[in-house]
Design a protein around this ligand. Structure first.
Ligand code: ZN
Ligand code: ZN
Ligand code: FE
Length: 742
């Protein structure tokens, strides 16, 4: 990562200090430096290139070559060359640096209150880049002509903005404006105006770095409730932006690691435990002990937040389930019924990029959504790609992945493919990535599910080798690649839904696997899912099925609130299941969590994916250490036995938080036992944890520590999400391994 991060000025400064002559230029492979001078000085420069780089630069490797003396008289920065192999990475967008921030808030500075202030250490990158090399004409800043002052800074090697491609100032750069709900301009200072509207309870659409957000005052119950109604989003938590880290610390209890993530240049949304200060409206995150919180990451956000001085809801600008809006005309149309006003600007966004979400579990940060600030940073992998691979990704939480040489480039978050907007973002994204990373994929990997849109897309590609990859195999491979590993391991793949090779829906699988193949050693006992997708939306169905499996007819006599409330609806469901009508068998961990949540009285229906499981985790009483029994034998983890434990405990009057804890403990113990049996059978001692269920930090902590005490090495996700957002990475490394030598 050497372009757009102040690397050439760094080399220039270094070379001139050492009295060396020659040149430095950006080319499509990275940076090319030619120096001549005293041997010792050249050696110093060579050593410093890897040891003392600018904060945002990352040097993968330095190759050197001796050439005849060119007789250069001085050292200069030359124009970019676009010949050669495109290896140079497009870097992620970077939050405003402290120096730029100080300028923005200093009266009299040229950029005082200027919302597009940036320098070589900060500002937009990925979201404005149309092509490589990363130079102004290849960005959405191409249409803004630099003024004399900006040009002077841009061409002064001693300036912080030397060759800062998005350089701008109030005289020559983009500007903000405030529009009313109909798109007509509102007079006065746009940012102050937007702040006033927010304070009065309005919903304002704000054009940010990677797309539009919808914002409202997070302390205003009425405004937040109104935003939920307009967005069609019933309960899924909203993210917050706090004006500064002190305000954030009032809202959530932050560990030092969480604080560090919050203030980092990547500026993700950090999921942290809610504090006791009741400053935020309860409908921001109903029934949730966590809040997703972030800090301002552009000057526009900083200026706005300074005016408001209180947390705001900042959620993606879309109706529920649609991708975030990012094109101006489109945003005004799509958000017209949702926003009372628009805070917009005229710097185009080339690539839509959602906010990233990060959580801490088993002592490490892991992404729940990897997008702005992270994508498209390449991930080094242990086994190089002999031929370029494109992994088409899953259906939900979609990303795709390009495998080139020793790097995997996982895309930004695309969203759920089952809508036209997301599908377009996917196909345009593939085109963009293959161009800027100069890759012509010869291998295309896809999920085995025939109905996934990404699978259909992959099968429509001509002249490539197609490789179908089982969903949970891809999860475990993603975890291995995430950790820079490639050997055979035990894999615990736990999630909601994945197409199994026996036609069942898998989701709690114990594998022995490497990139080439997998062996299914054990799985959660099968139960039917009456109504298929309906059983995902209505956890009460899974609870009824599990009760029936555990107790048969006597289940309807249980003195439980859940039974009394739902038994009248059981008949048709159980008949459907018994006759095998639209009731696929499943070993899904997600459905087991759903059933337990329903039995505990948490909810009969969910309004977003994973809601019941997330709530079950949240209510669990961490002081309860024992767990329900769960036999693991002949390759089957007995989920029905866990349910029997839940039922007995509830009937005897145990409170749901204790039941939730004993369920987590029981399942965790069973997974450790299953791993021990797998070790006995295979001799493998390393366990990889992947799948959306590992976003559950309680389960992650329990299983990690249980496995460690049983002398296993444990691999969990660090760089890509454990959920389906990481699937494309696993597909890519598996497809490459399968095709190797072929
Ligand atoms: Zn800066
Ligand atoms: Zn200017
Ligand atoms: Fe999955």
């Amino acid at each position: 990562m050497v372009q757009g991060v102040g690397f050439r000025p760094f080399v220039y400064g270094l070379a001139t200090r050492l009295g060396l002559s020659g040149f430095v230029l950006n080319d499509v492979a990275g940076v090319l430096i030619e120096v001549e001078g005293a041997e010792v000085d050249v050696a110093t420069l060579r050593a410093t290139l890897e040891s003392d780089t600018p904060p945002l630069a990352a040097v993968e490797s330095v190759r050197e070559e001796r050439i005849p003396n060119q007789g250069a008289g001085s050292f200069e920065i030359r124009a970019s060359s676009d010949i050669g192999h495109r290896r140079a990475a497009v870097s992620p967008d970077v939050a405003t640096c402290d120096e730029c921030l100080a300028e923005v808030f200093t009266p009299g500075e040229r950029r005082h209150r200027y919302a597009f202030t940036n320098c070589t250490n900060c500002g937009p990158r990925f979201s404005i880049t149309r092509d490589v090399p990363y130079d102004r004409p290849n960005t959405t800043m191409a249409s803004f002509e630099m003024c004399a002052d900006c040009h002077r800074e841009y061409t002064d090697p001693a300036d912080r903005r030397f060759h800062a491609q998005p350089i701008a100032c109030p005289a020559c750069g983009p500007s903000v404006s405030l529009l009313d709900g109909e798109g007509s301009p509102i007079e006065g200072d746009a940012i102050a105006g937007a702040a006033r509207l927010l304070a009065s309870g309005d919903i304002v659409a704000i054009k940010g770095l990677g797309g539009y957000h919808l914002a409202c005052d997070a302390t205003d119950e009425r405004a937040v409730a109104e935003l939920r109604v307009r967005k069609g989003r019933e309960e899924k938590p909203f993210a917050l932006m706090a004006p500064d880290v002190e305000t954030a610390a009032d809202l959530v209890e932050m560990t030092p690691e969480e604080r560090q993530l919050l203030v980092s240049a990547r500026r993700p949304i950090v999921l942290a435990r809610r504090g006791t200060g009741g400053l935020v409206a309860s409908s921001v995150a109903p029934n949730n002990r966590y809040l997703g919180i972030m800090l301002p990451y552009t000057p526009l956000h900083h200026l706005l937040m300074a005016e408001i001085g209180a947390p705001i809801v900042l959620t993606s600008g879309n109706a529920s389930d649609e991708p975030i809006a990012y094109r101006d005309e489109d945003a005004l149309v799509r958000l017209s019924g949702l926003a009372d006003a628009f805070l917009v600007h005229d710097r185009p966004i080339h690539v839509r990029c959602d906010d990233s979400i990060v959580r801490i579990g088993s002592g490490f940060a892991f992404p729940v959504r990897r997008s702005r600030g992270y994508a498209p940073e390449p991930l080094a992998v242990a086994t190089p790609f002999d031929r370029a691979v494109l992994a088409a990704g899953p259906e939900l939480k979609h990303t795709f992945c390009l495998g080139v040489e020793d790097r995997a480039i996982v895309s930004h978050h695309i969203g759920d493919l089952a809508n036209f907007e997301a599908m377009t973002a996917f196909t345009e994204g593939v085109e963009h990535f293959t161009k800027v990373f100069d890759a012509s994929p010869e291998i295309v990997a896809h999920d085995l599910h025939p109905d996934y849109l990404a699978t259909k897309w992959a099968k429509g590609q001509r002249g490539v080798e197609l490789v179908g990859v089982q969903h949970h195999h891809a999860h475990i491979a993603a975890c291995l690649a995430d950790n820079g590993r490639a050997e055979r391991v035990i894999g615990l793949a736990l999630d909601g839904t994945g197409f199994g090779e026996d036609g069942a829906i898998w989701g709690c699988e114990v594998f022995a696997c490497d990139f080439r193949g997998y062996e299914r050693l054990a799985h959660l006992s099968y139960v039917p899912m009456p109504g298929a997708a309906m059983a995902i939306r209505e956890p009460w169905r899974m609870a009824a099925v599990y009760l029936d499996a555990a107790l048969g007819e006597t289940a309807s006599e249980l003195p439980l609130a859940f039974v009394e409330a739902t038994r009248g609806r059981w008949g048709p469901i159980l008949q459907m299941a018994a006759r095998g009508i639209n009731s696929p068998a499943t070993s899904s961990a997600g459905r087991l969590f759903d059933a337990v949540a329903a039995l505990c009285g948490l909810r009969e229906r969910v309004s977003y994916e994973g809601q019941a499981a997330a709530e079950l985790e949240q209510i669990a009483d961490h002081s309860v250490a024992d767990g329900y029994p769960c036999t693991v034998a002949q390759g089957v983890i007995d989920g029905v036995e866990l349910i029997a434990g839940v039922v007995d405990d509830l009937v005897s009057g145990s409170p749901p938080p204790a039941v939730a804890a004993r369920f987590h403990n029981g399942l965790a113990n069973a997974l450790v036992v299953a791993s021990e049996q797998a070790r006995e059978a295979t001799g493998l001692t390393c366990v990889a944890l992947s799948g959306g269920a590992w976003q559950n930090v309680m389960l992650l902590d329990l299983v990690s520590s249980g496995l460690s005490s049983a002398d296993f090495e444990v691999l969990a996700h660090r760089r890509v999400p454990p959920n389906d957002g990481g699937i494309s990475l696993g597909q890519a490394v598996i497809a490459s391994a399968r095709c190797a030598g072929g």
